[in-house]
Design a protein around this ligand. Sequence first.
Ligand code: PLP
Length: 368
Amino acid sequence: MVTGWHRPTWIEVDCAAIRENIQNEQKRLPENVAVWAVVKANAYGHGIIEVAKTAKEAGAKGFCVAILDEALALREAGFKDDFILVLGATRKEDVNLAARNDISLTIFREDWLAGVDPELPLKVHLKIDSGMGRLGIREAEEAARMEAEITQNTNLILEGVYTHFATADQLETSYFEQQLAKFHSILSGLKARPTYVHTANSAASLLQSQVGFDAIRFGISMYGLTPSIEVKTSLPFKLKPALALYTEIVHVKELSPGDSVSYGATYTATEKEWVATLPIGYADGLIRHYSGFQVLLAGKKVPIIGRVCMDQIIIKLPYKFQTGTKVTIIGTDQEKTVTADDAAEYLDTINYEVTCMLTERIPRKYIN
Ligand SMILES: *Cc1c(COP(=O)(O)O)cnc(C)c1O
């Protein structure tokens, strides 16, 4: 995708915030528990390479990604010896590609192992489905059989075993406890404990101290965002959001009563009013549901009026402003802040989706 370096719309990523979130979490963990930075999906929209560098500086001992291509992108960017685990499914035909690049893969099906014989040592993590119902082995016998098969193949190394919680971001913990018990029971059926047993995402690592095992998979909260609104006030330290989204006014005009703006002419002025056009739209991830959302201008909230276009939106102004004035869509302006959680609530979604949606057309600028 083409990135708009010549348009005054940008994402600012505060690297110090990412480092602080990692270090605050690392301090709470026993020393031998590694923090793995989850940088899938372009680091939740923050930019995979810069975030990976920042996380490593802060002490992260490895990376988790969703797909093999993301792992390869890290290797190509110079993360030559770092631990990288692909959390999603990888095609059998790509085992040599993974092995050559020393990328650890997740495996979760006995039939996947049939005929797999990588030309170089390949590290694998056995995924246990303890209740997420997505990927994973559900029976202790199958896990044990797979362990035996892996052990027999000289080029397969059982490096890890793990699971993923479905409800770790909820205050009610009975389902979480059920999952943990199931994981323990499958784990105890294995002959040997691999190097890395891991279960915790951000929510579990922040709220459930018993699930650190050997590493945590730290995603959303590395970016300074809460795993859910429900647990926001129960978190052990203050998370620092890393991402801000800014644009600038490119056009200002005064509407007369009866004048409308944008597609469908859904917004019509009832009195004389000033409005401004901003160069950002749904092609940047500012989806049409943002219509009516309040952004910050000179420390005050102002609404997006009319429909969101592909590349532009229109905001209502309290009075005349100059073109070039900065507008904060997510972030802080003077005393006021609009958070990814505010946007998520407005859009009826979660903060994860808000940042992931921001497309690569918006340049990412890294500070601190
Ligand atoms: C995305 C993902 C994580 C990270 O979750 P957060 O809630 O962002 O911390 C951890 N584990 C798995 C398996 C994932 O897919």
